[in-house]
Design a protein around this ligand. Structure first.
Ligand code: HEC
Length: 271
């Protein structure tokens, strides 16, 4: 071991050059990034999150949304597709995940940034522009209620199912067919005995069903008519129970609605 010094200096150079190149130089390059306003007095972009949306970041982290969703829109140069025998580029933007690529300035208030690496589900950098609150809640309760083919897990534990008190449902109650709300997180079907008991109470005691069926009543003397009624009844809301978002679900959705990273134009975005 007569080359100790050479090995030491070699290792030092190897580690310090990567530290300089991967940590210090990018830090020095990006440390002074400021929010942007096109003309002085315009609204600044980006803005720090506040209130419920800020609390929602924690819910997003705690539930591992990051493992399946990225928050970075790629440049139009990446992601090729073929159309009429020609290769075209720009898949992320073409898919509607944003109007431009994301850049470092989009993340200056994110601690930590949640760029993500896996796209089991769609990119969420700009999801705030795509859906409203009323879409997110049923989707989080059970993604299959919105997309039958979805592989996203159900986050039913962020919701509570409770009895309606005083005949008046809460404004926050999810408007969702009973097949998704009777046993949140699962798609429910009554057993044969349960369905027979419900039918025995006659259609007129199922208020929504009897109304909707008025112009075209189900023929309950046939098996097909009974099956049609069951299918229809499952898509109507429960009368006595409601599903309500917990504060965690509300703040998570507030955060999702604030995700608009690939929308406001920035001067450094050239493509
Ligand atoms: C196991 C992977 C997985 C996890 C974990 C996951 N998702 Fe998803 N997500 C998906 C898939 C797959 C889709 C596409 C199908 C669909 O719409 O349900 C999706 C779709 C979405 C969409 C709709 C996006 C669009 O553009 O249509 C939103 C919003 C979303 N997820 C939010 C979340 C949130 C919030 C969490 C954490 C609480 C989460 N996801 C956790 C896989 C996942």
């Amino acid at each position: 071991m007569d080359r100790g010094m050479v090995i030491f200096v070699g290792a030092l150079l190897t580690f310090s050059s990567s530290w300089l190149g991967l940590i210090l130089y990018p830090y020095w390059q990006m440390q002074n990034e400021q929010p942007y306003a096109k003309t002085p007095g315009d609204d600044l972009y980006p803005r720090p999150l506040g209130g419920a949306a800020l609390a929602g970041v924690k819910v997003y982290q705690a539930n591992g949304c990051l493992y399946c969703h990225t928050q970075q829109v790629r440049s139009a140069k990446f992601g090729n597709w073929w159309e009429d025998g020609q290769m075209k580029t720009g898949a992320d933007i073409r898919r509607g995940w944003g109007t431009r690529r994301t850049v470092s300035r989009d993340y200056i208030y994110d601690r930590p940034t949640m760029l993500g690496t896996m796209r089991t589900g769609p990119d969420l950098a700009n999801v705030g522009t795509r859906y409203a609150e009323a879409w997110h809640h049923p989707h989080l309760l059970n993604p299959r209620a919105i997309n039958g083919w979805s592989t996203m897990p159900s986050f039913a534990f962020l919701y509570t199912r409770e009895k309606v008190v005083g005949g008046q449902k809460s404004d926050k109650a999810l408007k969702l067919g009973r097949e998704w709300t009777v046993n949140p997180g699962y798609r429910w079907r009554p057993t044969d005995a349960e369905w027979a008991a419900i039918l025995a109470r006659r259609v007129s005691t199922l208020p929504d069903v009897s109304q909707a069926a008025t112009p075209n009543p189900f023929n309950l003397t046939t098996a097909a008519g009974k099956a049609e009624l069951l299918a229809f009844w499952l898509t109507t809301d429960e009368e006595d129970y409601q599903v309500i978002p917990t504060p965690e679900a509300e703040s998570l959705v507030a955060y999702l609605l604030e995700l608009r990273k690939a929308e406001t134009p920035l001067p450094e975005v050239k493509e």
